[in-house]
Each structure stands twice: as C-alpha cells, then as structure tokens.
Design a protein around this ligand. Structure first.
Ligand code: NAG
Length: 320
C-alpha cells in the first residue's frame, strides 16, 4: 500500500511530463511523415522484379523506308524557379538533365532543352509552347518532366510511337499524366496544344486553387488535358463545384486520338508512402526495376529532392 501511494503521489507531482512526452512523440512522427523522402528512399530498397510491360528491345532504328524522326524535349529553369518548392530541385537539375542527354545520345535522338518560362503561369505550362515550336522538326516528340528520369536506357522510342494515334500517354489512378508523353507532328496535336494553352486563359485553368477549396483537379497544363477530354476526374470535380465542361461530342474525338499505355511502359512512379488503398491501379503505377522511366510524380519540395537524389544514385542505370 505504501508503494502504491508513493507512485500516485509521484504521478500527481509530474503529470505534465506525460503530456510533454506525448507531444514530443507527435512532433517526431509528424516530422518523419512530412519529410519522408529520405527514409522512404532507404526503405524502398531494390524494388520489384521486372514486369511484362518492359518495352520490346529494338537494337537500332527499325529498318523501314521511312524511319520516324524522333526527338526528346525537356524544360530547364534558366531564371529563378517561380515556385518556391522547385528551388529544392535546382541542386539536381544538372544531373537530371545529364541523364536525358545520355539517353538521347545513346540512341541518336535530338534533345531539345527549352526554357521553362511560361510568362505569368507556373513553369510546367511552358511545355505547351515549347512542344509547339519544336514539333515541326520531328515526326514524334517525347516530352519528359524534370523530375522524371530514364532509368533503363535500353528501350527505344520507336517501340512506343504508333502512327494510328496522335498522342501516346499513360494514365494513373486519376487519369492522364502529362509528366511523360509523346506527340506526333500533326495538325491535330498543334491544335490540341493551342487549345490546352488557351483553356488556361479562357477558363481560368492556369490559376491555382484557393488553398481552402480544392476545386479544380490537378495542377498546371495537365488540368487542361483533363478539361478538354472531359475525363472522369474532371467530370467529378465539375459536378461538385460547377466547373465548365466541354460537350461530349468535342471531348470524345480528342480521347480517340490518344493512345494509353501501361504506366510501366513510360511513366512509372515512386509512389507516395501514404495509407492509400493498395488497389491494382496504385500497384501498376509503382516503379519496378527494369522499367523505362522513373517519375517522382506527386512528391513535393524536400521530399522530391531526396527521392531524386536516391533515384539518380540507385535506380538510374549507370551506363545510360
Ligand atoms: C511536320 O509537319 C509540318 C506541317 O505538316 C511539315 O511541314 C514538316 O515537314 C513536318 N516535319 C517532319 C520532320 O516531317
């Protein structure tokens, strides 16, 4: 009894210690979660074995009467990044660009490095006018984001292009992802790129959401593609917030010109360590060893930088 009394007394004397410890634990847990980049990268380990959608290996440009002239386009921030969170990526911008240069030169594709300046819009919008300008020099043009890397240098782009379509892209659980895609030199694509840009002005798609109201899905120019194709994701937000939509008979012919490939063919993700449902679409999105491209989609700021460093050191094949 004396022992019990003593314990009770002690707890009464220091009740705040428990709360301080608990608060400390919450702060540490929160820091670990919000700066997950470094531990997540370590935890990722060597990744899963190669999957069936590894591209067919084409040793040299296919021997056709008319081999397609394929180029690669990426953006480079020349001025100050106009979004604070991109500043963290500057450290790795050169290494990421080097990865693209090596892939392009390995297969003798032209690499176009365009200025990531979209006037008063966030930098990713610059891919639209840049593609528009470069397109006439090529039959097909691959666009690849700054936070996407060629992880496996072997596949050739000839294995991806398909002249029955105008755009080749992949979809994640939210639909089209414009981090990596191919466009054909066609009047359809020229109009699509112009319409995407114009939708930014005409329908306010280039404006950020208000922080307290996530009205428009996605960010930047990807939003414009979802708008013009009236994707399920766009439609869901439109129903909820009364956003504008294009008529179905305008959207359907655009969707018909777009070929959707599995993500692991050209746009695998290092998926965020979130408590998401591990459904088939999330599993299919996930980068596995042997995949062509690894894209750090969805990660922001310091986490993206940590994962980009990890991908450059551990996922990208050295001999690219
Ligand atoms: C791309 O298309 C334009 C317009 O049709 C054409 O003038 C140009 O020659 C094409 N470029 C190539 C490389 O075929």
């Amino acid at each position: 009894m004396r022992w019990a009394n003593k314990k009770t007394r002690r707890r009464q004397r220091h009740p705040h210690i428990v709360w301080v410890l608990l608060l400390g634990l919450i702060v540490v847990a929160w820091r670990l979660y919000s700066n997950y980049g470094w531990w997540y990268a370590l935890w990722l380990g060597p990744g899963d074995p190669p999957r069936s959608c590894v591209l067919p290996r084409i040793e040299s440009p296919p021997d056709k009467d008319y081999p397609p002239k394929i180029g690669i386009l990426c953006l480079r921030d020349t001025g100050r990044p106009n979004l604070a969170r991109y500043a963290q990526l500057e450290r790795f911008a050169e290494a990421a660009l080097e990865n693209k240069k090596r892939y392009a030169s390995r297969h003798s594709y032209a690499l176009v490095v365009a200025d990531a300046n979209a006037g008063n819009r966030p930098a990713p919008w610059a891919k639209l006018p840049a593609l528009r300008r470069a397109l006439p020099q090529f039959d097909w043009l691959l666009y690849i984001d700054g936070d996407a890397l060629f992880a496996n240098p072997e596949p050739r782009l000839e294995a991806l292009v398909d002249d029955a379509y105008d755009v080749v892209i992949s979809e994640d659980w939210g639909g089209y992802n414009t981090g990596v895609f191919l466009v054909k030199n066609s009047s359809f694509v020229a109009k699509l790129l112009d319409d995407m840009w114009d939708a930014g002005t005409r329908y306010g798609l280039a404006k950020p959401n208000k922080w307290w109201r996530h009205e428009m899905p996605f960010e930047f120019e990807q939003r414009a593609l979802h708008f013009l194709t009236r994707s399920e994701t766009w439609q869901a937000s439109a129903d909820r917030y009364g956003l504008p939509t294009v008529p179905p008979d305008v959207a359907a012919p655009i969707r018909d010109r777009i070929k959707v490939l599995p993500q692991c063919a050209l746009n695998s993700y290092l998926v965020r360590p979130r408590l998401l449902p591990q459904d088939a679409r999330h599993r299919a999105a996930r980068y596995a060893r042997g995949d062509f491209v690894v894209h750090l989609a969805g990660h922001k700021g310091a986490n993206k930088a940590a994962l980009l460093e990890y991908a450059l050191d551990h996922l990208v094949r050295r001999e690219v």
